[in-house]
Ligand binder design. Structure first.
Ligand SMILES: Cc1cc2nc3c(=O)[nH]c(=O)nc-3n(C[C@H](O)[C@H](O)[C@H](O)COP(=O)(O)OP(=O)(O)OC[C@H]3O[C@@H](n4cnc5c(N)ncnc54)[C@H](O)[C@@H]3O)c2cc1C
Length: 477
């Protein structure tokens, strides 16, 4: 078997691994990037991009149904599932193509196709072809979907997100297990594309919102517009005649029985560690078997092993995977001189309709005495009503005494943009009075943000009670 000795070995050529490789290769040419494939990254192949392409098609379909609200009758909307999937796949392939092209530009001496596993600390075996001794190792192997045990017997009727983006046509029906980000995004998109969708939760949570007001809003709203059971009791599930039959109890204890073409398992993802023989890596693992690491250095203890991206399960999002890759690649090359790097303000966006944004300090992490809340409902907000997008609520948090902006949760229109504005304000360490000094145009959804900030300012005793429906703000602010 071939043997190589390198300064840095990066396992996984996803977003995190590619970032780690680029950071390490700036410091040493003696680097290898190992990937067993398929190349193209989770984001481009089966994650962020194809899911947003499907949602874009769903939004287009929904706009035709919603046009009636404006007095515009769109007669006989037809959804061509084959055309929908054709666009999803061709655009997806374009994005994947860019990533694969960039991997192909890597020095061929640096890229090793194959699956790596630890045989001992600092020694990796790549399939049956090569042993690599590395001074430092970056683990960037991503994550994969969890299959709940109750779906084990359903064979090829159980799908994951990866499978959906391979469809040539839309099915007639699907049951979605999971009310988190992936379940809600894909479930709502398929529902809007004319697929009969039922979504089943277990915990009662709908979305990752945890502020009680926002979480209740999401639960009530999505339960109303979708066939969604947040805490379903499944009494029977089996497969025959190419159909999955599910018997379950609804929220009000009524027994229902439904059949579906498929079940989508969207109950969570777990780090890709099982094929790595991680127990041979010489690092500490937590009770779930995940390496314990410092998110500011990405280092595992004081070992020359670094974690980047979804495999570390710190913040399993694309921009965080890219950041962790850069931090890990540099730290691995610099080892033992490992420096900490700052992390950005947490920001998560869910592309449902209404969209969801969660940023800064989480509601559940804020101690009672230290913070105040401001809020706004979008149901009566001017611009939101103009657009007939008047659903949702925003809750903003500020620190008592200092008036610093701490964080927010939102379900509502343009949450992908408002989430950014608020996350940037948090990272700039702005106070609520400073945020209120910023310009607010009229009529815009951001005027709703200003209302929430004014209420927060008053609750922090830093400003007067906002005038209800004040005219200098324009109507519906
Ligand atoms: C449906 C869906 C929608 C999403 N939407 C969003 C979104 O809108 N916004 C957002 O920010 N995030 C989103 N995400 C999350 C985002 O895609 C991930 O956070 C990100 O892609 C993780 O990148 P990564 O580098 O950690 O993993 P990956 O891109 O999965 O890379 C891991 C690589 O490791 C390789 N590998 C695994 N094991 C081995 C081994 N033993 N040896 C060699 N190679 C190995 C794999 O082949 C793979 O190439 C979504 C995810 C999903 C599934």
């Amino acid at each position: 078997m071939e043997e190589r000795t390198v300064d840095v070995a990066v396992i996984g050529a996803g977003t995190a691994g590619l970032g780690a490789y680029r950071a390490a290769v700036k410091q040493t040419e003696n680097v290898v990037l190992i990937d067993g494939g398929p190349l193209g990254t989770t984001c481009a192949r089966v994650g962020c991009m194809p899911s947003k392409l499907l949602i874009a098609a769903a939004d287009a379909a929904h706009a035709t149904h919603n046009a009636e609200e404006f007095g515009i009758m769109v007669i006989d909307t037809q959804i061509d599932g084959k055309e929908v999937m054709k666009r999803v796949k061709s655009e997806r392939d374009r994005f994947v193509g860019f990533v694969v092209a960039s991997v192909n530009q890597i020095n061929p001496d640096h890229f090793i196709p194959g699956y790596a596993k630890f045989v001992e600390p600092q020694t990796l075996q790549i399939d049956d072809q090569m042993m690599i001794n590395a001074k430092s190792i970056v683990i960037a192997t991503g994550s994969k979907p969890v299959i709940p045990p109750q779906l084990n017997s359903l064979g090829d009727r159980v799908l994951f997100n990866d499978d959906i983006f391979e469809w040539d046509d839309l099915p007639d029906s699907i049951a979605v297990f999971g009310t988190g980000i992936i379940g809600l995004e894909l479930g709502q998109a398929l529902d809007r594309l004319g697929v009969r969708v039922s979504i089943f939760g277990r915990s009662g949570h709908v979305s990752p919102l945890r502020d009680p007001v926002c979480a209740d809003y999401a639960r009530n709203y999505f339960s109303e517009v979708l066939d969604l059971t947040p805490s379903a009791m499944i009494s029977e599930i089996d497969q025959h005649d190419d159909q999955v039959h599910i018997r379950f109890f609804t929220e009000n204890s009524q027994e229902r029985s439904e059949s579906f073409d498929y079940v989508l398992a969207a109950v969570g993802r777990r780090p890709n560690l099982n094929n790595l023989s991680i127990e041979n890596a010489g690092i500490d693992l937590d009770e779930k078997g995940i390496p314990i690491f410092d998110p500011y250095t990405t280092q595992c203890g004081d070992q020359p092993v670094f974690m980047a991206g979804d495999v570390g399960n710190f913040r399993p999002l694309l921009h965080e995977a890219a950041d962790e890759g850069r931090i890990a690649g540099k730290a691995a090359a610099d080892y033992p001189e490992v420096m900490a790097a700052p992390r950005r303000t947490p920001l998560a966006i869910i592309f449902t309709d209404p969209q969801i944004a969660i940023l800064g300090d989480r509601y559940s992490d804020l101690p009672d005495q230290r913070f105040e809340i401001g809020d706004v409902s979008f149901e009566d907000q001017g611009r939101s009503r103009v657009l007939a997008k008047n659903q949702g609520v925003l809750r903003v948090y500020g620190e008592k005494g200092s008036g610093r902006f701490l964080g927010a949760e939102m379900i509502g229109p343009s949450a992908e943009h408002i989430g950014h504005l608020l996350a940037w304000s948090k990272q700039q360490d702005m106070t609520i009075p400073e945020m209120l000094e910023m310009p607010f145009y009229h009529p815009v959804i951001e005027e709703g943000v200003r209302t929430a900030l004014r209420i927060l300012n008053k609750n922090l005793k830093l400003g007067p009670k906002p005038v209800e429906r004040c005219l200098d703000c324009g109507p519906g602010a």
